[in-house]
Design a protein around this ligand. Structure first.
Ligand code: SF4
Length: 127
């Protein structure tokens, strides 16, 4: 297939190393997807993951029943699929946890059965 029959449908900046290669996702006329601009296999893997199944670490806060502060910052212990973030936020909004809490404590185990835990990003003592 010639270059001109492909169009760039997305540009992904590789963040695997500081070089920061710009990877173009191209689509041919038959819908075939190809990647250009990466300079190593790790970059290709990153671009494929980012294009087909983008994941993010979710960071937010959760309510605390008896804490010195009413909220505590939390995050997922692994990246989760971007399209699950909205439902994960709903689940977190329904939850209230109890102090004292230590950084790294699991506050919601296996959220949405994704194999990912919600953990505390700091300590919080009781009020
Ligand atoms: S493609 Fe390879 S060299 Fe380029 S930023 Fe990604 S990891 Fe680094």
């Amino acid at each position: 297939m010639s270059e001109s029959s492909q169009s760039v449908i997305k540009v992904i900046r590789c963040i695997v190393c500081p070089t920061g290669c710009e990877i173009q996702v191209k689509q041919g006329q038959k819908g075939d997807i190809s990647f250009e601009g990466y300079t190593c296999e790790r970059g290709l893997e990153y671009a494929e993951q980012e294009y087909y199944e983008p994941k993010r670490i979710l960071t937010t806060t959760i309510r605390v029943e008896n804490g010195l502060l009413p909220l505590i910052p939390i995050r997922t212990d692994k990246p989760i699929l971007k399209d699950k973030i909205k439902n994960a936020l709903k689940e977190i909004a329904k939850t209230k946890v109890k102090a004292p809490i230590k950084m790294g404590d699991i506050l919601i185990e296996n959220i949405l059965e994704l194999g990912v835990n919600i953990i505390a990003s700091r300590n919080l003592i009781e009020r």
